[in-house]
Design a protein around this ligand. Structure first.
Ligand code: FAD
Ligand code: NAP
Length: 314
């Protein structure tokens, strides 16, 4: 099989933009390996209002829908498969696939993003998918007209609490500190929403239920006072972990430098510590974790990859 000019791992905003710029910029043989449908984690968002030029009331899914089509037009190939590992032998990268196959590439742009973190309370593991959810767009409708609890104090928790407040009769927003991490404008909207009750300085202790699913949650405050809230649904939005597993080598080391949180160390050109390997979007150090910055990273890395491959082959 022909050696790829560039292998892109991950088809979120970062990977898709890298795909657009590499193909449109002249690299002939580019494959984007994405384990699911392209679009990335923003497709779980009910509303996006900070992508430049987008003024309407649109969901993350609406925003991302045209991106793969645009890339395809310039020759980007999407292979729907999970990548298990990326290695480098000499000056060629090997992309190891879930089914045991491999592909070789001159350059790699990795943008595998991040995944929802577990909050770590009793019953979380047992009831995930049975009343505990990390996606309001996906599961909010199941709780139409009912009360739900949202855990977290960042942008995701507050935005999704606002979304759920439109569907559910009441939303309890539980945050472990007395200050939210979210944008001030979002905090204001939450405070002004009648059917959101804000519960500060409190964290989940236990989610309980029966074989039909969740029936309630016990939360505990800073004075160890426990409050029992009877709800059929609990949404946790407590941050994300970097998806860096494909960079782990057989001896447990990382293919390139990562920081203590596992984010990939890059320079302003998205170059990692390994020649020909670029990291983009949420998984790189100091990422603002925004669609617009992920897309920007993808463009920057693609232009660097084009230059790198050109220099290598010509
Ligand atoms: P991701 O979007 O995470 O995409 C990574 C892709 O890689 C995924 O499609 C995944 O399937 C794929 N992948 C992972 N591992 C593998 C593997 N081993 N093999 C193959 N494929 C793999 N940002 C904003 O700017 N505005 C907002 O309003 C906003 N709202 C948000 C709301 C929610 C609920 C969430 C969760 C995030 C929100 N964000 C928002 C943040 C934004 O979604 C991210 O910053 C952005 O999606 C990051 O893009 P990415 O391409 O780096 O990674
Ligand atoms: P985040 O900013 O990391 O916030 C996570 C929240 O969960 C924090 O409030 C944290 O509390 C709380 N938390 C963490 N662990 C917990 C636990 N075990 N139990 C209870 N609470 C816990 O994550 P996020 O909200 O998902 O946002 C991720 C990134 O995406 C951010 O950079 C965010 O700005 C971005 N994003 C942007 C938008 C937007 O621009 N509109 C929308 C969504 C997300 P503490 O505050 O005490 O740490």
């Amino acid at each position: 099989m022909a050696i790829l000019d560039c292998a892109i791992i991950g088809g979120g905003p970062a990977g898709l933009t890298a795909g657009l710029y590499t193909t449109r910029g002249g690299l002939a043989n580019v494959v984007m390996f994405e384990k699911g449908m392209p679009g990335g984690q923003i497709t779980n968002s009910s509303e996006i209002e900070n992508y430049p030029g987008v003024t309407g009331d649109i969901s993350g899914m609406d925003l991302m829908m045209p991106w793969p089509e645009q890339c395809k037009k310039f020759g980007l190939v999407h292979e729907m498969i999970a990548i298990t590992k990326v290695t480098k032998d000499g000056d060629l990268f090997t992309i190891h696939k879930e089914n045991g196959d491999t592909s070789q590439a001159h350059s790699v742009i990795i943008g595998t993003g991040s995944s929802p973190r577990r909050a770590g309370f009793d019953g979380e593991k047992e009831f995930i998918g049975k009343g505990i959810s990390t996606c309001a767009t996906c599961d909010g409708f199941f709780y139409k007209g009912k009360e739900v609890v949202v855990i977290g104090g960042g942008d995701t928790a507050l935005e999704e609490a606002l979304y759920l407040a439109k569907i559910c009769s009441k939303v309890y927003l539980v945050h472990r500190r007395d200050k939210f991490r979210s944008a001030p404008n979002t905090v204001k909207r939450v405070q002004e929403t009648q059917n959101i009750e804000i519960i500060l300085n409190s964290k989940p202790k236990e989610v309980y239920g029966d074989n039909m699913g969740v029936t309630g949650i016990k939360i505990i405050d800073n004075n160890d006072i426990i409050r029992d809230i009877k709800v059929p649904g609990v949404f946790t939005f407590v941050g994300n972990d970097v998806n860096n597993q494909t960079l782990i080598q057989d001896d447990g080391s990382f293919l390139c430098d990562v920081d203590e949180a596992g984010s990939v160390v890059v320079d302003l050109s998205m170059k990692t510590s390994v020649d020909g390997l670029y990291a983009v979007g949420d998984m790189r150090i100091q990422s603002p974790k925004q669609v617009v910055s992920a897309a920007g990273d993808g463009a920057v890395a693609a232009l660097q990859a084009i230059h790198y491959v050109d220099k290598k082959l010509n």
